[in-house]
Design a protein around this ligand. Structure first.
Ligand code: NAD
Length: 506
C-alpha cells in the first residue's frame, strides 16, 4: 500500500531533493533516509543539496522573478488557484504521506493539506486586493499614494511539525505578491516537500512559470546557512525553534535583510472558577495532547484557580490514561509518535529536571515498549518559578500551576520568554475583557473559551517576544512579502516644500 502511495506521489527509492529550473540528478550534499517515526523504518532516500545546489536554486528563483513580477497579480492568483485544485486532487495521498513521515494522525494529516488548500483560496482572493492608500497631501495640487511592489526571490525555511502547511502559508501569499520562492524544508520531512513540489511542478510547467517555486532539501551547514546569508534574498521567512531564530535573525540582520520569524511557543491556558469546566477540559486535552504535543501552539502550561485545580487534574489524569496511542494510520488513534528518538530523550530529560526542581509527575511520561518514538503524554504539578516551566520541550508535557487572584494568573501566564498562543476559560465578562486588554495576555494569539492550538488561516498568525514577532497567513500578513512605496505627484506649477520650508534661490 505504501509503495503504491509513494508511486502515485512520484516518490522513488532515491529522490533528488533539489529543484530549480529542473530536478538536479546528482546534487552534492550527500544522502538522507526519511524515517517513519511510528515504525523507525526508512520510507525512502533523498539526495540532498549542497552549497553549489542552493546557489543554483537561488539563481533559478532570481531569473524567474522579473517575468513573475510583471505578471498581473490576478493572473498570478490563477496559477495559485490551479495549485489549490491540484492539491484537492491529491489531498488523500499527500495527507497520508504527512501521516507516514511526520507521524500526524490521519485527521490531522488531512487537516494539514486542507490548510494548504484554504491558503490557496485565500491567496487567490488576495491577488485582487493588494491595495495601497491615498493619503491627504499637505501641499496644494499634490497627490500622495502608498503602493506595494513585489520584493524578489525569498527564502522559506520550515519546521517538521507543519511540513507542508507552513510552506503554503508563505509560498501562496508570496507568489500572488509577485515574489519567487526558495524552500528549505525540515530534514525530518523531506518527502512531503518533494511530493508537494512535484504537484506544483505540473501546474508551473503548464503555466510557463517554472522557477517561481523552488526547493532545496539539505542540512543547516550546506543549505540553511548559505540560504540565510544570501543577499539575493531580501526576505527570509523562517519557522522553527527560538534557537534557530536567534541565529537566522542575526545573520539576516547583519546583511540588513528582512526576516519573518515564527518561533517556539510556551503556551498557557487559565481556567477560572466561573469557567464551563467541560469545555475547558476538552480544550486542554486537544491543545496539550493533539499532535503529541508537537505544535508550536501546543498547551504547555495550565494555570488553574486553586479552588478547582485538584478536580481538574483528576479528570485530566483519567482522560490521559485512556488516550488511544498508536500508529497514526490506524482508525481511532489520537496520539501518534514523536518525530524521533531525540525528542523522546528530550522529554525524559525535561521530566527528570521537573521532578528535580520540585514538580510531581501525576501521570504518563513513559516511553512505550514498541518500535517507533512513542511516549505517554505527561501531566506534572509544578510551580511557576521552576526553570523548566519556562522552557519549550517539544513533547506532550503539561505543567499544571495554581493561582489565587486573576492578576496573579496573568502574571504567571506572561512570565515566560515566548509569546505565541494563550487562552482563558471563563464566563466572567470582566476577566475575558481584561485578558484581551493591553495589560492582559502578552501573546500574538489570545483566545477566550477556545484552546491554544488550532488557529484559522484568516487571521494573522504569529507571536511576540522570543516567538519572533512575525505574522503569516491571513489579515494583512501579505505586507511582509512586498515593499511599500510612498509616492507624491505634483500637478501644479509651483514647488511648495513640506513643513512650510522656504528655499527660494531662483
Ligand atoms: P528547528 O529549529 O530544529 O528547525 C526548523 C528549520 O530550521 C529546519 O528546516 C532546520 O533545518 C532549519 N534550521 C535550523 N537552524 C538553521 C540555521 N542556522 N540556518 C538555516 N536554517 C536552519 O525546529 P523543528 O524541530 O523543525 O520544529 C519545532 C520548533 O518549531 C518548535 O520550537 C516549534 O514551536 C517551532 N514552530 C513554530 C511555529 C510558529 O509558527 N511559531 C510553527 C511550527 C513550529
Amino acid at each position: 500500500m505504501t509503495d503504491e502511495l509513494l508511486k502515485r506521489l512520484g516518490i522513488a527509492d532515491l529522490n533528488s531533493g533539489v529543484r530549480g529550473d529542473c530536478w538536479v540528478d546528482l546534487p552534492d550534499g550527500g544522502e538522507l533516509a526519511s524515517i517513519n517515526p511510528a515504525t523507525s523504518a526508512p520510507i525512502a532516500r533523498i539526495a540532498l543539496g549542497g552549497k553549489s545546489d542552493v546557489e543554483d536554486v537561488i539563481d533559478s528563483a532570481q531569473r524567474a522573478w522579473p517575468r513573475w513580477r510583471d505578471t498581473p497579480a490576478p493572473r498570478r492568483g490563477e496559477v495559485v488557484r490551479q495549485i489549490g485544485a491540484a492539491l484537492r486532487a491529491h489531498k488523500d495521498d499527500l495527507a497520508m504521506l504527512v501521516t507516514l513521515e511526520a507521524g500526524k494522525i490521519r485527521s490531522e494529516g488531512l487537516g494539514e493539506v486542507q490548510e494548504m488548500i484554504d491558503m490557496a483560496d485565500f491567496a487567490v482572493g488576495l491577488s485582487r486586493q493588494l491595495h495601497g492608500l491615498t493619503i491627504a497631501s499637505e501641499r496644494p495640487r499634490h497627490r500622495m499614494i502608498e503602493q506595494w511592489h513585489p520584493l524578489g526571490p525569498i527564502g522559506v525555511i520550515t519546521a517538521f511539525n507543519f511540513p507542508v502547511a507552513v510552506w503554503a502559508w508563505n509560498a501562496f501569499v508570496a507568489a500572488v505578491c509577485g515574489d519567487t520562492i526558495v524552500w528549505k524544508p525540515s530534514p525530518e520531512t523531506p518527502l512531503t516537500a518533494i511530493a508537494t513540489q512535484k504537484i506544483v511542478d505540473r501546474v508551473a510547467e503548464s503555466n510557463g512559470c517554472v522557477g517561481v517555486f523552488n526547493l532545496c532539501v539539505g542540512d543547516v551547514e550546506h543549505v540553511g546557512e548559505p540560504l540565510v546569508a544570501d543577499r539575493r534574498l531580501p526576505l527570509i521567512s523562517a519557522t522553527g525553534s527560538c534557537r534557530m531564530g536567534r541565529r537566522v535573525g542575526e545573520v539576516v540582520a547583519q546583511r540588513l535583510g528582512r526576516s519573518l520569524l515564527e518561533l517556539g511557543g510556551n503556551n498557557g491556558l487559565i481556567v477560572t472558577p466561573s469557567a464551563d469546566h467541560e469545555l475547558a477540559l476538552r480544550a486542554v486535552l486537544f491543545s496539550a495532547v493533539g499532535t503529541a504535543g508537537q505544535r508550536c501552539t501546543s498547551l504547555r502550561r495550565l494555570i488553574a484557580h486553586e479552588s478547582i485545580a485538584d478536580a481538574l487534574v483528576d479528570r485530566l489524569a483519567l482522560a490521559y490514561q485512556s488516550l488511544p496511542i498508536g500508529d497514526p494510520r490506524d482508525d481511532g488513534v489520537l496520539v501518534g509518535p514523536l518525530i524521533n528518538n531525540r525528542a523522546v530523550d528530550a522529554m525524559q530529560a525535561a521530566l527528570a529536571l521537573a521532578q528535580e526542581q520540585g514538580g510531581t509527575l501525576v501521570t504518563g511520561g513513559k516511553t512505550l515498549a514498541r518500535a517507533g518514538s512513542f511516549v505517554a503524554p505527561a501531566i506534572v504539578r509544578a510551580r511557576p518559578e521552576m526553570p523548566i516551566v519556562g522552557v519549550e520541550t517539544f513533547a506532550p508535557i503539561l505543567y499544571v500551576m495554581t493561582y489565587r487572584d486573576f492578576d496573579e494568573a496573568i502574571a504567571i501566564h506572561n512570565a515566560v520568554e515566548q509569546g505565541l498562543s494563550s487562552a482563558l476559560f471563563t464566563t466572567d465578562l470582566r476577566e475575558a475583557e481584561r485578558f484581551l486588554a493591553a495589560d492582559g495576555s502578552d501573546c500574538g494569539l489570545a483566545n477566550v473559551n477556545v484552546g491554544t492550538s488550532g488557529a484559522e488561516i484568516g487571521g494573522a498568525f504569529g507571536g511576540e517576544k522570543a516567538t519572533g514577532g512575525g505574522r503569516e497567513a491571513g489579515s494583512d500578513a501579505w505586507k511582509a512579502y512586498m515593499r511599500r512605496q510612498t509616492c507624491v505627484v505634483n500637478r501644479g506649477n509651483d514647488l511648495p516644500l513640506a513643513q512650510g520650508v522656504r528655499f527660494d534661490v531662483l
